[in-house]
Design a protein around this ligand. Structure first.
Ligand code: HEC
Length: 116
């Protein structure tokens, strides 16, 4: 029979089960947080940035400003700078968290810089 008293918490099998669930839970929490950031970044990019990039680049496609062969962003730190420049210069009034989410989304979707 399984009995739940304080001592049983320290039995190896019980401890392993607890660790297992804590592990699963943290992996999920981490994945959901990362997923939410990417979704938020994508949504803001599509609503606030895409149309102007499509127009200004003359390419008719807002994604191509990030993928054009002579694109300006060549490192993760320059990506952060550029998002920040577009945000403040154009007075888009994004919160720093939203800016961070956009950076994460753009890197995930287009730039793929490592070491960030
Ligand atoms: C009113 C127009 C406009 C809006 C709105 C705008 N941008 Fe830009 N963005 C530009 C222009 C123009 C360039 C190209 C600059 C150049 O080539 O020197 C650019 C370039 C960029 C680049 C560099 C692309 C590359 O690799 O060459 C990034 C990153 C960027 N914008 C991010 C954003 C983000 C994120 C937003 C929305 C939060 C945004 N921009 C909103 C006009 C805009």
């Amino acid at each position: 029979m399984i009995s739940f008293n304080a001592k049983s918490l320290f039995k190896p099998y019980f401890f392993k089960i607890i660790c297992f669930f804590i592990g699963i839970f943290s992996i999920h929490a981490f994945c959901f947080a990362a997923d939410a950031a990417l979704k938020n970044g994508k949504l803001i990019e599509e609503t606030k940035c895409y149309a102007c990039h499509a127009k200004k680049s003359g390419l008719g496609n807002g994604d191509m400003i990030y993928t054009r062969t002579d694109h300006k962003v060549t490192s993760y730190s320059r990506l952060k700078t550029m998002v920040s420049v577009c945000n403040s210069e154009l007075r888009l009034d994004l919160f720093p968290e939203d800016e961070a989410d956009i950076v994460q989304y753009l890197n995930h979707q287009f730039y793929h810089f490592k070491n960030n």
